[in-house]
Design a protein around this ligand. Structure first.
Ligand code: UDP
Ligand code: MG
Length: 317
């Protein structure tokens, strides 16, 4: 059926693609046959492909009016691609999936069902996962680490296959490589998150765009997310506590040395003196960093940082 202008779009499927010329046609057809009796749109984001991806997309679009294409000027990465797709999506439910046919479009209905049960976000859990061991093992460790650190209990945090209620995607800002932690970011904002097992296929065409380099980047992003989660509104609590502990340890060491000095013992050549002075300086720096953080936060903080589920008033006269 596709969508007509002005009509309410039920489902938006957002698919970032980089160099996926071989899969787009099959993927579009599969999605079409699954969603044919609904009002939907499919938004492809061509993230700086160097193969014929854009031409293939144009060809597929000629036959199918429900397809929209956003073409980036260069490769900006999956987070930006998703972000652009989210900006354009009009559907009440928004599905994201990879464009390499590893995610099975047949599962889209399961996601919709789960959202209709009342969840704000549904995350896919590729089970069993059909990727190389070198990808699966680090990913397991990451998932475990993430769920311990963030307390968001999801098995496959980086699965590209997800579903969101409309308001959720309009409320998140993705950049860098933070798409990896989308479930954490939305949970942090108070939305309800659950997961469903989904079929996962081997990559038949093209290559994976994420190598082992993502291990380090992934870890750095985890620190970012953890920090944003806990301290983005109160940076002084984080830097301040480190600063005060460091500063006080320095003061303690230095007082001890001063005591020795009063007793007539020489302290000028003691490494402990260096440590004491260093700790005092570092402590002051940490506190100053926290204060700077507070200044930055207070200048961009908006009044709508919190989410209200509902307000109930009882009116008596
Ligand atoms: N992708 C993208 N921009 C990038 C890298 C990847 O849009 O810079 C797309 C890619 O085309 C695919 C999805 O993101 O549709 C997931 O990428 P990939 O399959 O390479 O990741 P993996 O499944 O190996 O984790
Ligand atoms: Mg893939």
């Amino acid at each position: 059926m596709g969508n007509d202008r002005g009509k309410k779009v039920e489902i938006s499927v957002v698919i970032p693609v980089k160099d996926e010329e071989k899969t787009i046609e099959t993927l579009s057809e599969d999605i079409k046959s699954i969603l044919s009796n609904r009002c939907y749109e499919v938004i492809f984001i061509d993230d700086g492909s160097r193969d014929r991806t854009f031409e293939v997309l144009k060809n597929v679009q000629r036959k199918n009016k429900y397809i929209k294409i956003i073409r980036f000027k260069k490769n900006f990465g999956k987070s930006d691609a998703l972000s652009a797709g989210f900006g354009m999506a009009r559907g009440e439910i928004i599905i994201t999936m990879d464009g390499d046919l590893q995610d099975d479009p047949g599962e889209i209905l399961k996601f919709i069902e789960k959202i209709n049960e009342g969840w704000d976000v549904v995350v896919g859990w590729r089970y069993p996962r059909n990727d190389h061991m070198l990808k699966v093992i680090p990913s397991r460790i990451f998932n475990k680490l993430t769920s311990i650190l963030t307390k968001v209990q999801i098995h496959d945090i980086n699965c590209g296959f997800k579903a969101f209620r409309h308001e959720v995607v309009k409320d998140i800002r993705l950049y860098g490589e933070l798409h990896r932690y989308l479930p954490v970011i939305v949970a942090m904002k108070g939305y309800s998150v659950t997961e469903i097992k989904v079929k996962h296929h081997k990559r038949v065409y093209g290559k994976s765009k994420f190598g082992t380099g993502r291990l380090i980047k992934g870890f750095i992003d985890l620190i970012t997310v953890k920090f944003l989660m806990e301290y983005s509104k109160k940076p002084l609590h984080f830097f301040g506590s480190i600063g005060i502990v460091t500063f006080l340890s320095g003061v303690l060491i230095n007082s001890y040395l001063v005591l020795l000095w009063f007793k007539g013992i020489k302290i000028g050549d003691r490494p402990l003196l260096m440590l004491g002075v260093l700790l005092v300086i570092i402590g002051i720096q940490f506190v100053s960093m926290g204060l700077l953080g507070e200044m930055i936060v207070s200048s961009y903080r908006s009044d709508e940082d919190y989410k209200i589920e509902s307000i109930t008033e009882s009116i008596t006269d």
